[in-house]
Design a protein around this ligand. Structure first.
Ligand code: ADP
Ligand code: MG
Ligand code: MG
Length: 200
């Protein structure tokens, strides 16, 4: 199995930033149906800042790359998604410490730890119609990147009929049903970017 370095993480987050920028208006549209119409702009601002931070002063190892990216999201995104995605990346970074390269299995474990931190911070579980509905099934099958991509995309789609139990969308109660969760949609983009980076 491959070993991953800081450059791999930078390429992943760079590909994620591109996908988010490309789909920002779609993410904001999803958030206009069950939220406050800012998810695309929140994510674009955050990931643009992540790419800038990692380009300016590239950290030497995967762990610190993830820590800097997470910290940048927390400090640049005002919405709920900033602290949540920031916690995911910081949690994964912390788990990796300062190893120069990590095996795929180790990166998978670190990402599972990051997703667990998101669940602890936000108090959400599977089926609550949040980003976790895409993230949990994806990290469960890592390091099979292709399977993770499929699980994230299916998990995001499966949020449509659900009633939101966390975040702004939960204020709508039953009216949140019938809409794709914006955070689950952006999570799928992050997992697709990871799978494409691993396959490149
Ligand atoms: P805000 O709701 O503050 O405007 P965003 O629009 O950027 O923030 O992000 C909304 C997304 O954040 C939701 O679609 C959902 O996926 C995710 N989210 C909100 N609250 C939680 C939570 N407690 N746990 C996990 N994810 C959450
Ligand atoms: Mg919003
Ligand atoms: Mg908002």
């Amino acid at each position: 199995m491959a070993r991953r370095d800081a450059e791999f993480i930078r390429r992943w987050l760079g590909a994620a930033a591109e996908a988010i920028t490309r789909d920002a208006s779609r993410l904001t549209e999803l958030d206009s149906a069950i939220g406050d119409a800012d998810h695309g702009s929140n994510m674009r601002r955050g990931f643009t800042a992540v790419v800038a931070a990692l380009t300016e002063e590239p950290p030497p190892d995967p762990g610190h790359t993830l820590l800097v990216a997470g910290r940048t999201l927390i400090s640049t995104v005002g919405g709920a998604s900033g602290p949540l995605y920031g916690t995911l990346l910081r949690g994964a970074g912390k788990a990796l410490g300062d190893e120069q390269t990590v095996a795929d299995e180790r990166l998978a474990e670190a990402l599972r730890a990051g997703v667990d931190s998101v669940a602890r911070l936000g108090g959400a579980a599977a089926g609550d119609k949040t980003m976790l509905d895409a993230l949990l099934p994806a990290v469960a099958v890592l390091p099979d990147y292709a399977a993770a991509r499929q699980a994230a995309e299916e998990g995001a789609k499966a949020t449509v009929p659900l009633r939101a139990r966390k975040g702004r969308a939960s204020y709508l109660g039953e009216r949140s049903m019938g809409h794709l969760d914006p955070g689950a949609a952006s999570s799928a983009l992050l997992v697709v970017a990871l799978a494409e980076t691993a396959a490149a």
